[in-house]
Ligand binder design. Structure first.
Ligand SMILES: [Mn+2]
Length: 322
């Protein structure tokens, strides 16, 4: 990426009156942190900013709202007055929700991303696919563009770095990421508080999910799997069909090569989530069921009933990987 590109990004932001910044659908910490950090930096320079999210911001990131002017959630579902569109941590237009699909005449102005699958859909694209977090990229380039990283901006950026690196434990964490994080703590970001709130703390619903998952878990020949029924989710008051990290948790068990979690959806379909250690490519199993994903993390949705689905999927996973 050339310094000239950074100059173009800075010029485009300077020229705008109202800048819309989007989080991606099902927003995570990196997405929320990047959007708030850049938005606040622009507000500090007197720009009007529209924070856009089609989905609600998960509760674990809402502590960042204490730093908004009125202490309230600043996000709106779609832009209103924007003359510049920024999409951080977003690899393709659909990841921003329906807005750019419904308005094909609008091309996002600036994309800042770290996904290897980024398709370069904005007018200006700053993509570092080996960078562990969009918030790492932003920390770096916001400093280069002359923005001041205040306490609230540093808190938002550190939230993204901690959550996207799994608290600096992923294989792609660089010394650069560690140094940038230290600088953000120097600027007033509260490491312990952010780790606790955005990363470590679970809701009671998530614990319910794990309790049910633990109860149903089976371990056999290097595979661990479990499930949750729609009726169990309803009884426990669990609204989401996300596995709340339980598939990874099973997959981190010593000796386990592949973990699989089955969620019976409200429509009696079965959502499958695979995780695996290096050497076990779960994408090909997921693709054989009409799904997809990454070598180490994939998913698919198939028809029930769940008993039959589990039997078929576990057998095929064993045949294809072991
Ligand atoms: Mn990210």
């Amino acid at each position: 990426m050339l310094q000239d590109d950074l100059l173009l990004i800075r010029k485009r932001l300077n020229a705008a009156d109202t800048i819309a910044i989007f989080v991606h659908t099902r927003p995570d910490g990196d997405s929320v942190g990047a959007t708030l950090a850049l938005g606040w930096a622009l507000e500090d320079e007197g720009k009007k900013v529209e924070f856009v999210s089609e989905d609600p911001i998960p509760e674990r990131y809402q502590f960042l709202f204490q730093f908004t002017a009125d202490g309230k959630d600043p996000f709106i579902p779609a832009p209103v007055h924007a003359d510049c569109y920024v999409v951080p941590d977003i690899s393709s237009p659909d990841r921003a929700g329906a807005y750019f699909l419904d308005h094909p005449e609008i091309q996002p102005d600036i994309c800042i991303d770290h996904h290897i699958s980024n398709i370069g859909f904005a007018k200006l694209n700053w993509v570092e696919s080996d960078n562990p977090a969009a918030c790492c990229i932003l920390t770096n380039i916001m400093l280069k563009m002359g923005f001041t990283l205040t306490k609230r901006i540093s808190s938002a950026l550190l939230t993204g770095i901690i959550t996207d690196t799994n608290s600096f434990s992923n294989s792609n964490v660089t010394t650069d990421a560690l140094r940038l994080a230290a600088d953000l703590v120097d600027n007033g970001a509260e490491l312990f508080k952010i780790c606790r709130t955005a990363y470590k703390e679970h809701s009671i619903q998530e614990m319910e999910y794990w309790r049910i998952g633990m109860n149903h878990m089976r371990i056999e020949d290097g595979m661990a799997w479990s499930y949750i029924l729609a009726s169990e989710r309803e009884a426990a008051g669990i609204e989401s069909d996300e596995t709340s990290g339980f598939t990874s948790y099973m997959g981190n068990t010593t000796g386990i090569k592949t973990s699989v979690f089955f969620t019976e959806t409200d429509e009696k379909k079965v959502k499958i989530s695979w995780r695996s250690v290096p050497g076990y490519d779960v994408t090909k199993v997921a693709v054989s069921f009409g799904g997809g994903g990454h070598k180490a993390a994939s998913g698919a949705t198939i028809n029930g009933p769940i008993d039959q689905a589990m039997l078929t999927v576990i057998n095929r996973t064993r045949e294809m990987l072991f």
